[in-house]
Ligand binder design. Structure first.
Ligand code: SF4
Length: 851
């Protein structure tokens, strides 16, 4: 995509920083030198996709191979999709901005069912036929992978190949096959046939569903006699696939803006509703010393202020206490917090909670899943009410004010008493606190029976039943100490349909998408009626997909082997109804689920404690940058720093720039001073916000360091190495913080047409100039005359505008002022460039502009 197209596009969309690809640590490889080019697509918005660990793991894994190239793309927001279509432009990768059809392979994540319509948006904007059968030799191979790969039939027709299971070994094997085929000039069908031989790979076109006359699925059968069974790929030992690449640091805000480190894969608890508990078996922990070393190195490489220890049940990690103590010893001083997003009741001890508190309190969440002990026995949750209350008591005693509880309703065998137990449990948890401002949030959702679980044949409740449950909870949680949240039952309905759906649903996905379905996981975009109308047109009975399935009924995922014994699932269902417990196979021995062969695949658990005294790589020493301080630390010292914001950095918002600088300071080893208090923040304050899209040669900030910088030039150079393209520190000077009272800023505005040189004089001669502006979505009138200090036409398409910024005076954006005075239209504005060329306070304080 040309720079002009790109600039014009991004000037028309919200949060354009999402499409710039200027993350720190992003990889840009030589396009021509790559033997295989892979575009990794996440079928949801950037802020969700960038929070996703799996895509980053594969991105770095592929880019580590010198001969391969991987780039990224995320689903466009509605405004970008509309702009791309209007201009006839294709969706592009973030790194090289190339159309997706120029890649050899388009790999699309399958993270959750409500992103299915976004898959079609990506395929269509890539210029690819939606259905695999319509693609030709010139098209990239479209491959999928992720949790929904285990029940892929509703989207199977859109994919050439789908990988079931871990990608660390399988993806390189697939790319090797594809590279071989490409270089040998093999036909697409031949490459697919070779891919089918890679363990874990499912080629949907090589299988066909067979139905009886009533439309009941009889089987999904292989169309070739020589096809191996499709069996999930399992990476036996995570420690054999360490990831050394520095993680991506987003330039814009994302949902989980932190360093995420997977410490284990798989869970042994055996909750009977949980698909992840089956499809990631067995538990495979990573060596705690490797985890520790990796975290410390990656904090240095990224500057993140939080690290999250990721796994399905982090508290079950064999060395969690030792790891936590070691990490906190190393990170607390650096103001880096540790979060444990998926903690199970009973595993989070008060001692661990104390460790987490050492830097900052993170959210405290408990997941009882069901209200009563009885129903928790049915789902094999393995925690009692007393366990929950003890956890609540500890959290409140340690100072948490808010406890969040997660529940499902509609679980198998649920009774009115089980439902009533939800608000009762919330009240009991609240009573474990000291009262006052303590709060309990109850989050609830309809239970969705997932394939490959003991409950895969259970029915899902209707939308109406879901709303009735929510109304009941609302009536019981009226006290202001409670907050009730719920997942939209209509979204759960569609999720359930796609979980249990068959290949006929591809028509539904396509029809609903053609009718406008987009971003269905976002409640403000989701419309169930659109899906229901599409189903009615196609003659599909969506409710039928949620019915109870008899033991004899063929399921649409029966031809895919996740490795767990089907008899194990049947037995687990029987045990559920008998409220019988299946113990944790990590502690109580094998429950014979059938996954492990105990030769290559077996649980990997670490018991030997790591030494907190040897936390791996030491924190960076700022000594090269800071002066020696004989006789003890010096008092905090302030600096004024001037920087330029050019090119793509103009698409970053003010808060995003702040975050980028905070992290760059950390990476550069600058000894930042922090505020005191519960949530310490760096003592940095920035100059006035620049309008989005405006470039500048003269931005400024103040910051406080705990020690003076020894060599300003060296420190500046190091900081510049840590900033993304477009941001550059021009100078830094010792000096305290001072906000000018009245700031003059000059802007050079370039537009693609001539400007009447007499227009500025008319404005300057006028007593007032009232125009309509839009602020936070609301239109209002504004007299801009007092804010315009000077305006002059420098060249036919070039205007110089000097604006006054004063406390208490409404802010005027340079481009909107120029547009109003010169009568610029939408096309002029889209192509305009605005550059702030100087800035000074009216008192002409020396040193407040760069040299
Ligand atoms: S085979 Fe046994 S040890 Fe392995 S995951 Fe299943 S229950 Fe656990």
């Amino acid at each position: 995509m040309s720079t002009m197209d790109f600039d014009s596009l991004l000037s028309q969309v919200a949060r354009p920083g999402r499409y710039c690809g200027n993350e720190f640590n992003a990889t840009r490889k030589d396009w021509q030198g790559a033997r295989i080019r892979l575009a990794l697509a996440f079928p949801d918005l950037y802020e969700i996709g960038m929070s996703h660990q799996g895509l980053q793991i594969l991105y770095h894994l592929v880019n580590q191979r010198p001969e391969w190239l991987a780039e990224r793309v995320y689903a466009p927001d509605l405004d970008l999709e509309e702009a791309l279509r209007r201009h006839g432009l294709p969706l592009f990768s973030l790194e090289s901005r190339r159309p997706l059809d120029q890649f050899d392979v388009l790999g699309i994540s399958l993270p959750y069912e409500l992103c299915y319509s976004n898959i079609l948006t990506i395929l269509d904007l890539a210029g690819l036929p939606l259905r695999a059968k319509n693609r030709t030799e010139s098209h990239p191979l479209v491959i999928g992978g992720g949790p929904c790969a285990f029940h892929p039939e509703p989207v199977a027709d859109f994919f050439d190949a789908i990988l079931l299971g871990d990608g660390e070994e399988a993806l390189p094997e697939m790319l090797t096959v594809i590279q071989r085929g490409k270089e040998a000039g093999s036909a697409r069908q031949q490459v697919l046939a070779e891919l089918a031989a890679v363990e874990g790979v499912y080629i949907p076109a090589f299988f066909a569903p067979r139905y009886d006359e009533a439309g009941n699925l009889l089987a999904t059968e292989p169309l070739r006699p020589d096809l191996p069974p499709v069996r999930r790929r399992v990476l036996a030992d995570l420690n054999q696939a360490p990831l050394a690449a520095p993680p991506l640091v987003p330039a814009t805000r994302i949902v989980h803006d932190r360093l995420g480190v997977e410490i284990a894969r798989g869970c042994t608890r055996g909750c009977r509703f949980c698909q992840a508990g089956i499809i990631y078996r067995p538990v495979r922990e990573r060596d705690p010393q490797q985890v520790m070393d990796e975290i410390l190195a990656k904090i240095d490489q990224t500057g993140f202020e939080e690290v999250a220890l990721l796994s399905l049940s982090t508290g079950d990690y064999g060395c969690i206490n030792e790891l936590l103590v070691g990490l906190m010893d190393a990170l607390a001083e650096r103001r880096v917090s540790v979060s444990l997003p998926s903690m199970r009741v009973g595993t989070l001890t008060p001692a661990m909670m104390e460790q987490i508190r050492r830097v900052r309190k993170t959210g405290f969440t408990l997941a009882p899943e069901a209200g009563s002990d009885r129903l928790r026995r049915v789902i094999n949750k393995g925690i009692s009410e007393e366990d929950l209350l003890a956890a609540g008591r500890s959290a409140f005693a340690l100072g948490w004010k808010l406890i969040k509880l997660y529940f499902m309703f509609g679980l198998p065998s649920e009774t009115d008493e089980d439902l009533a137990a939800i608000p009762e449990l919330a009240a009991k948890v609240l009573r474990t606190g000291p009262g006052g401002r303590c709060q309990v949030t109850v989050s609830s959702a309809i239970f969705v029976p997932k394939p490959h679980t003991p409950f895969e044949r259970e029915p899902q409740m209707t939308v109406a039943e879901g709303y009735a449950r929510i109304d009941f909870l609302k009536s019981r949680l009226r006290n202001k100490s409670f907050k009730l949240k719920w997942h939209d039952p209509r979204q759960s309905f569609l999720e359930g349909v796609f979980c249990r759906g068959d290949r006929r649903l591809a028509d539904l996905v396509e029809k609903a998408w053609r009718d406008g379905a987009r971003l269905d996981a976002w409640s403000d975009h989701f419309k169930l009626e659109r899906w229901q109308e599409a189903a009615a047109t196609l003659g599909l009975d969506l409710e039928g997909y949620l019915r109870r399935r008899s033991p004899a009924e063929v399921l649409p995922w029966d031809h895919l082997d996740v490795g767990v014994d089907r008899d194990f699932l049947t037995t687990e269902l029987q045990k559920a109804l008998a409220e019988d417990y299946t113990p944790d196979c990590r502690v109580h021995g094998c429950s014979k689920c059938g996954l492990c062969d105990f030769k290559r695949i077996k649980p990997v658990v670490f018991k030997a404690p790591i030494s907190p005294e040897q936390p791996g790589q030491q924190p960076p020493d700022a000594a090269e940058l800071a002066a020696a301080t004989p006789g003890g630390p010096l008092p905090a010292v302030g600096y004024r720093l001037f920087y330029a914001r050019r090119a793509e950095a103009r698409f970053l918002g003010h808060l995003e720039i702040l975050q980028i600088f905070f992290r760059a300071f950390r990476r550069a080893g600058w000894p930042l001073a922090f505020s005191l208090g519960f949530n310490p923040v760096p003592k940095v304050s920035f100059g006035p916000a620049l309008p989005l899209g405006t470039e500048s040669l003269t931005e400024f900030l103040w910051l406080e360091l705990t020690r003076p910088l020894a060599d300003h030039e060296q420190a500046r150079a190091e900081l510049n190495r840590q900033l993304p393209a477009g941001l550059e520190v021009i100078s830094l000077q010792p000096g305290g913080r001072r906000q000018p009272d009245r700031l003059l800023s000059a802007y050079r505005i370039t537009v693609p047409r001539e400007i009447d040189p007499l227009l500025p004089a008319r404005l300057l001669a006028a007593a007032e100039f009232v125009m309509t502006v839009r602020r936070k979505g609301v239109e209002r009138t504004l007299d801009i005359r007092p804010a315009v200090h000077d305006m002059v036409v420098r060249a036919p398409g070039e205007l110089e505008l000097v604006l006054v910024q004063e406390a208490g005076r409404p802010t005027v954006k340079p481009l909107e002022a120029a547009a109003a005075v010169c009568g610029l239209g939408q096309d002029d504005l889209a192509a305009a460039r605005v550059l702030k060329i100087w800035s000074r306070d009216e008192a002409q304080t020396p040193g407040n502009t760069p040299a």
